[in-house]
Design a protein around this ligand. Structure first.
Ligand code: CMC
Length: 434
């Protein structure tokens, strides 16, 4: 196996070390390339850029493999819970009973927001998107915990972590209640994580929400499947912000903003909007498939395609099965599920999608499952953010624990004007009218 790569520039050969990961994936270390050659590498969209070494999550996009700390996602989906998986991702091992109890107690002790935080919710218009509220409120929370500021203190990591994981769920539920003009419901210390979220979302002061085990399990699974996904846009953002030594809450708030876009976490909302549009228009899906293939239509088959997976996303497989089981258990049906199944079947036989290796991703069926659970569409990406919190925290910690960590600062190839001179305003010509 080569441990070095050779690169020829201007007739001179340069040797670059090759770094190999646990699963034999290889990266050419170009850290000293510019010093020795004056050149940088250019990789628009970072499609081929390894930005770090990481021990958290492994993905083989060609084979459709996803593992958290080495454990296949299928095993975790079947046997674990979101909170146990969160522990695994953050601390690197499956917790013992005692460790899990301690983690769970910390989550319960930290589930309430500082009472003054409630006033912040008043300032948002009722039309505010919950992702805007979530990112603002996570950032605002850091004001209430001065211990977060200053130098990284590993001794306080456990409590800050528990606070963030627990409170992001409380903020999410409060923002939903506020935006619907409903009174906020406080967390119940006797409920477990996911049941507590459903309680805060759907209980009323005069009527307790009836928790159905299959609904709790379905939402817990959605959180678990979203818990980490190596260097995606939002996680890379969290690492970018953490590299400047910003505090954990500031990094998580930045992660929420990056997640919001429809090409990333916002795709789950976009999938449902697409399915609703197809349903409303009476299309059987074939017109939309044709539009998604036409680059001028401005449409894409949302929930399809992935930068890393060139095969079926393993999370999509699990969600699809779980979705079927949930619908059976609740004795419900949804016309959008049928449309999604038709779209998938059509796309999987269409050369456009096959040639580009576009398969369903995690977002294709997760929205349909969330609808069945009763989560409103505008909250879908918030659910993704709650689920992704352990991954962001684990990546934050990798940066903070690394004594050699440096600020992230990519370079660019400048293509603007060459040396230009400042022209005083009185000498500037108005552009000619068209
Ligand atoms: N529908 C139609 N065509 C597509 C789609 C799609 N969903 N996705 C990619 N393509 C085409 C694209 O037009 C391009 O075609 P061509 O080679 O002819 O120019 C080719 O496939 C490669 O696409 P790309 O945009 O260069 O791929 P990317 O790696 O930059 O983007 C993606 C990945 C996920 C942003 C993209 O597939 C997409 O926009 N999918 C729909 C949005 C979506 O479902 N996002 C959720 C991603 S999974 C969860 C997450 O990460 O948050």
């Amino acid at each position: 196996m080569n441990t070095a790569a050779k690169l020829e520039i201007d007739g001179k050969v340069h040797t670059l070390p090759v770094v190999e990961g646990t699963e034999q994936e290889r990266g050419i270390d170009i850290a000293t390339l510019r010093t020795h050659t004056g050149c940088i590498t250019l990789d628009d969209g970072y499609g081929n850029t390894g930005s770090c070494l990481s021990k958290i999550t492994f993905i083989d996009g060609e084979k459709g493999v996803l593992r958290y700390r080495g454990i296949p996602i299928e095993e975790l989906a079947q046997q674990s819970s979101f909170i146990e998986t969160a522990y695994l991702i953050i601390y690197g091992h499956l917790p013992t009973r005692r460790e899990l109890q301690h983690f769970s107690d910390l989550l319960t002790q930290n589930e309430n927001l500082h009472e003054d935080m409630k006033y912040h919710f008043e300032g948002f218009p009722s039309t505010a998107h919950p992702m805007a509220i979530l990112s603002s409120m996570i950032n605002a929370s850091s004001c209430f915990y001065p211990g977060l500021m200053g130098r990284w203190n590993p001794a306080r990591f456990d409590v800050h972590t528990a606070r963030l994981i627990s409170q992001v769920r409380t903020i999410a539920a409060f923002s939903y209640r506020k935006s619907h003009g409903l009174p906020v419901i406080y967390p119940k210390p006797t409920h477990k994580y996911t049941a507590n979220f459903l309680h805060m979302m759907f209980s009323e002061p005069y009527l307790e929400y009836e928790l159905k085990p299959e609904v709790v399990r379905a939402l817990d699974l959605i959180f678990l499947l979203h818990a980490d996904h190596e260097q995606n846009c939002s996680t890379a953002t969290v690492r970018m912000v953490a590299s400047s030594q910003a505090n954990l809450f500031a990094c998580a708030a930045a992660g929420v903003c990056a997640l919001w876009g429809p090409l990333h976490g916002g795709a789950n909302q976009a999938v449902i909007e697409m399915l609703e549009e197809i349903h409303r228009s009476g299309d059987d899906g074939s017109r939309f498939i044709e539009a998604a293939k036409d680059k001028n239509s401005g449409k894409r088959l949302m929930g399809f395609g992935h930068r890393v997976y060139k095969n079926y996303d393993p999370r999509a497989k699990i969600i699809k099965q779980a979705c079927d089981s949930l619908f059976r258990a609740l004795h419900v049906s949804d016309p959008l599920l049928e449309i999604a199944q038709r779209l998938e079947a059509a796309a999987l036989h269409d050369s456009y999608f096959l040639e580009r290796k576009l398969y369903p991703n995690v977002d294709f069926y997760s929205g349909i499952m969330m609808r069945a659970v009763g989560i409103p569409t505008e909250m879908f990406t918030v659910i993704f953010a709650i689920g992704r919190m352990p991954g962001w925290i684990a990546n934050f910690r990798e940066i903070m624990d690394d004594p050699h960590s440096r600020i992230y600062r990519p370079r660019q190839v400048y293509t603007g004007p060459a040396l230009n001179r400042y022209v005083p305003i009185e000498d500037r010509a108005e552009p000619a009218k068209a």
